[in-house]
Design a protein around this ligand. Structure first.
Ligand code: ADP
Length: 393
């Protein structure tokens, strides 16, 4: 089977052609500058090609993608008929979607209904879907939602303690994101530990970070909320913050709420604390050279991650497994070490030798650790491909 995976942003569109059984990617790429001019970056094996192609809308980007996939030199298929289905990453499924689903008119209407909850991403995701429907009308399309995995949370985890009308009339509640990644890691961890019934906390630590408390493969709580701003501090996002900070800043500096939220999303987090960068590698270099702000940013991050592990251990009445994934979780050896050191009080112990490797699927805890600690590289694309294949079979 060949599944085309599409992740459409407002001016970009990422694609991968994947075999859902083996996870093999035959080709992948990125259409960027959609609506500006248009550029296609395509990769097949070790070969890369960049082409300037006019892309006034997402339709031309999809057309260019299909064309290069069939190209005699850089292509991997002879005809579009070889694509069995398309899996679309969709940010916000609101209270409409508890799982991935085959796209039809009702599904499109429901994704549109979720636009107020995901105003930046859902319209772009819809453009990707509609562009694919237009150029490959016979191929089944599937939507895979970033929020769906978290829909098993109980009300005590997802309800905000604010007047009920905002929940009932406006669906204001905790949703959580990175669901496809959390789902993949939960599923893979069950295979690795050889159990289906166990309690775990997954730390998806990247440029955006979120954590999930998971029992028997089902999400019980997660750090992100109505939007991805909540939870631990991130590359450029503040994470949890007292809402009065917004009031104070808006009043004092005559800033609009939108501008203030833009500051909290794009100019805060590690970037703000360090004053140097949002990239954890830069922060590590800075800290090594004695930059106290870089050291503070990293310590604040590890401290908040550890605090949530403790909170989720309480929420789940103990945990069996702790997992690290995504750019920082998979690669930043010192972040993992610092988080686990904070958790020493609950018997978490990692082996420095095992923890010294980057980007590998591996157990890093000692045999006498109270909790198994694993690094599980995420694979959201494989999860999208598998969900898509399952639904169209
Ligand atoms: P995104 O949320 O954009 O998907 P990623 O999961 O790709 O982010 O994570 C990106 C972050 O991972 C980078 O900002 C960088 O700080 C961190 N990272 C990547 N490689 C390494 C590494 N070798 N060591 C430390 N941090 C790394």
């Amino acid at each position: 089977m060949n599944i085309l995976i599409i992740n459409a942003g407002s001016s970009s569109l990422k694609y991968q052609l994947m075999n859902p059984e083996t996870g093999d990617v035959s080709a992948k790429g990125l259409c960027e500058r959609i609506g500006i001019d248009g550029r296609l970056n395509h990769k097949v094996g070790d070969e890369k090609v960049v082409k300037d192609i006019p892309m006034p809308t997402h339709s031309e980007a999809i057309a260019a993608t299909l064309e290069i996939l069939q190209d005699p030199q850089y292509g991997v298929i002879k005809s579009v008929d070889e694509i069995d289905a398309v899996g679309h990453r969709v940010l916000h499924g609101g209270m409409e979607f508890f799982a991935s689903c085959v796209i039809n008119d009702d599904v499109i209407a429901a994704i549109k209904k979720c636009i107020p909850l995901g105003p930046l991403h859902n319209p772009a995701n819809l453009m990707g879907i509609e562009a694919c429907q237009a150029v490959m009308p016979k191929t089944p399309q599937v939507a895979v939602f970033d929020t769906a995995f978290h829909m098993t949370m109980p009300p005590k985890a997802y309800r905000y303690a604010i007047p009920t009308e905002y929940y009932e009339n406006d669906s204001i509640r905790r949703y959580g994101f990175h669901g496809t990644s959390h789902k993949y890691v939960a599923k893979r961890t069950a295979e690795l530990v050889g159990k289906t019934e166990f309690k775990m906390v997954n730390c998806h630590l990247g440029n955006g970070s979120s954590m999930a408390a998971i029992k028997d493969g089902k999400c019980q709580d997660t750090t992100m909320g109505l939007s991805p701003l909540a939870g631990v501090p991130m590359g450029t996002r503040s994470g949890d913050i007292d809402a009065c900070v917004v009031q104070f800043i808006c009043n004092k500096y005559g800033m609009s709420v939108d501008d203030c939220l833009n500051m909290l999303n794009k100019k805060s987090g590690m970037l703000a604390l360090s004053g140097v960068s949002s990239d954890f590698r830069d922060l590590e270099d800075g800290a090594k050279k004695g930059d106290e702000n870089c050291a503070l940013a990293r310590d604040k991050f590890c401290y908040e991650v550890a605090k949530y592990v403790g909170a989720y251990a309480a929420a789940l009445n103990g945990i069996d497994v702790l997992t690290f994934t995504a750019g920082v979780g998979e690669n930043d050896v010192n972040v993992r070490a610092a988080v686990c050191e904070y958790l020493g009080f609950m018997g978490v112990k990692i082996d420095p030798e095992l923890n010294s490797k980057r980007g590998k699927e591996m157990k890093i805890s000692t045999p006498d650790s109270s909790v198994e600690v694993w690094v599980v590289p995420t694979n959201e694309e494989l999860m999208i491909a598998q969900d898509t294949a399952e639904l169209v079979k």
